[in-house]
Design a protein around this ligand. Sequence first.
Ligand SMILES: Nc1nc2c(ncn2[C@@H]2O[C@H](COP(=O)(O)OP(=O)(O)OP(=O)(O)O)[C@@H](O)[C@H]2O)c(=O)[nH]1
Ligand SMILES: [Mg+2]
Length: 310
Amino acid sequence: MQADDIVETIPTRRTFGAVRRWFRRSALSAADWDALEEILITADLGPRLSMELIEELRETVNTDGSVDVTRAHKVMIEHLGDTITNDDAEFASGHPPQVIFVVGVNGVGKTTSIAKLAYMLRGLGHEVLLAAGDTFRAGAIDQLKIWGKNVGVSVVAHKAGSDPGAVVYDALDAAKAREVDYVIVDSAGRQHTNVNLMNELSKMRRVAGRQVEGAPHEVLLVIDAMAGQNGLQQAQGFLTTAGVTGIVLTKLDSSAKGGSAFAVAREAGVPIKFAGTGERVEDFSAFDPRRFVKDILDKRPDEERYEVSE
Ligand SMILES: Nc1nc2c(ncn2[C@@H]2O[C@H](COP(=O)(O)OP(=O)(O)OP(=O)(O)O)[C@@H](O)[C@H]2O)c(=O)[nH]1
Ligand SMILES: [Mg+2]
């Protein structure tokens, strides 16, 4: 889809620019390797991935002590690309309605991503219905209704403070009656450590499962790229209790820490399915891991003049 949007906007590219520049160093010393480790950690790859990469990059050093840049690039692309590979990551596409839950901690971009996903699915010709499952935060229902209006999809909502399970129930009822392809369910932001709120999610899941076979078919965990390594803890918390099937990585446009994507996808073992790259409804794309790695490593002609030599 619009993978170019990712390319143009990610500050992660700048962080990885330091890696590209490092590759041009010669007569590498122990201090140079320490510097590389620091660069990788700054990009939020996490200690484990950083160490693995460094081990592999050591193999690409020529006899004169410089890096074989072509091989080093290959190592980065293969190692990082494989880390977050989502070759077998299909988006829900079975018998309608397919039910998509969107979960995550507060303020990560759940509701915005729902609007973006609805817009994308509509663009592909699908009928979409939204369920205002965040009955907790004041204004959440209206926020979803406004988005629904903007992207041209209906929203099923109850009053603020009501039971989110009942919203799911009604939304799925409506979806079956109207032959909707996708129902996307919003949920209140919650800490993965809050047992009561995590139980509430389980209840919403049970309600969905009783209404529609196999539902929810997707549970998308939204992670803010700025969360860095905290994203990993969030992912692990939601994974065990919410049955997460994929990650939406948001705010790639405003975070230099996109490297955390690698750590999260690898450690959590869940594919990143979508990327958010801005506040507009179009700022959203299917996530292509290999392309992402290549894009943050490849040098672009327009960058040449901004590079600072080290
Ligand atoms: N720059 C940028 N901002 C984003 C992106 N996605 C969401 N936001 C912004 O993040 C803020 C929070 O977005 P919401 O969609 O309300 O987040 P939420 O997870 O639903 O929040 P709660 O329901 O309060 O838990 C808003 O100001 C959005 O515009 C993104 O990809 N890039
Ligand atoms: Mg929300």
